[in-house]
Design a protein around this ligand. Structure first.
Ligand SMILES: Cc1ncc(COP(=O)(O)O)c(C=O)c1O
Length: 316
């Protein structure tokens, strides 16, 4: 992990190494936390956070679903994140806000334990690597099914839920693949371990619907809009596992990974990244980096001076 100077912790900017919690914090034991993965990109008009408000909305909704009251407004968190980027001199970054039940009780109904909030930002290259974005990855359908709405809340981006993604990811890595594709409890295609999935068949783009227990990905939404604006037909429908092998093109979307083509699934070749994937990927990259006028409204610009005065970093 690329360490920077400061982390925002419960309203204060503290030194990276001092951003600590008690070992009896509730979230550490039970996964009672909600978080976001957000990216800030260096654009020609300055650093800009991609769909910041949408991420903060989802953070608030995830918290609500798990009865966590975040003691800061979305606007306070947005401005704190700007300050964090500025004070760390970060012009591009991966941003991780996390709200979790802190220290105070280990009971399961622990409403008396406070909800703590941290926001960290640090440099982090694309999750699956630059080559993956160009050439595509090999994926494996996981033996683990995606968590179902019968037992947890697929719409929430909650810490404890990621044990499911970690099982699937670990299995795929140990088997020599780069990513896992999870089916939902019914056996239909759901998503990657940290990305939504799109399948192209007969020139039409399909992506699993909300009832397939997906996370309502922000990049999924963006790519659906971009694809439609480019004139493609996009449908949200159930996708059978075998359709993955029959697909002309498959790609994944997510904040950490961005848009990644899939070139092989369960040893069935899909092929090199196809024309439709390439077309959408190029426009998506333009949107992320502020080169697409029509999507500038998705960007939350941050004023970060080119050179941050070293003295100002430690004076918090
Ligand atoms: C399980 C899961 N699905 C999908 C996504 C994609 O969501 P987004 O595009 O909002 O990053 C993520 C990443 O946050 C994820 O962790």
């Amino acid at each position: 992990m690329d360490q920077v100077d400061l982390i925002w912790h419960n309203g204060e900017l503290v030194a990276w190494e001092d951003a600590q919690v008690h070992v009896l914090s509730h979230g550490l034991h039970y996964g009672t936390g909600v978080f976001e993965g957000i990216r800030c990109y260096e654009t020609e008009r300055g650093p800009a956070i991609f769909r910041h408000t949408d991420h903060l909305d989802r953070l608030a909704k995830s918290a609500e679903l798990y009865y966590l009251e975040i003691p800061y407004s979305q606007e306070e968190i947005r401005l704190a994140t700007h300050e964090l980027l500025r004070r760390n001199g970060l012009r591009s970054a991966y941003i991780r806000p996390l709200a979790f039940r802190g220290y105070g009780s280990l009971g399961l109904y622990a409403t008396d334990a406070p909800v703590d909030l941290v926001v960290a930002a640090f440099p982090w290259g694309v999750y699956l690597g630059e080559e993956a974005a160009r050439k595509g990855i090999r994926a494996k359908v996981s033996s683990w099914r995606r968590i179902s709405g019968a037992g947890l809340i697929p719409h929430a981006k909650a810490s404890g839920q990621y044990l499911n993604s970690i099982l699937a990811k670990t299995e795929s890595q140990k088997a020599g693949y780069e990513e896992a594709i999870l089916l939902d409890e019914r056996g239909f295609v759901c998503e990657g371990s940290g990305e939504n999935i799109f399948v192209v068949r007969d020139g039409e783009i399909a992506t699993p619907p909300h009832v397939a227990a997906i996370l309502d990905g922000i990049n999924r939404k963006s790519v659906i809009q971009i694809a439609r604006d480019l004139g493609y037909s996009v449908v949200e429908r159930d996708i059978a596992r075998s359709e993955l092998y029959l697909a002309e093109e498959v790609f994944l979307t997510g904040t950490a990974a961005e848009l990644v083509p899939v070139r092989e699934i369960d040893d069935h070749p899909i092929g090199d990244p196809g024309e439709i994937t390439r077309h959408i990927q190029a426009k998506f990259q333009d949107a992320l980096y502020g080169r697409a006028e029509e999507y500038l409204e998705w960007l939350d610009f941050v004023e970060v001076p080119a050179e941050v005065d070293a003295a100002s970093k430690v004076s918090s």
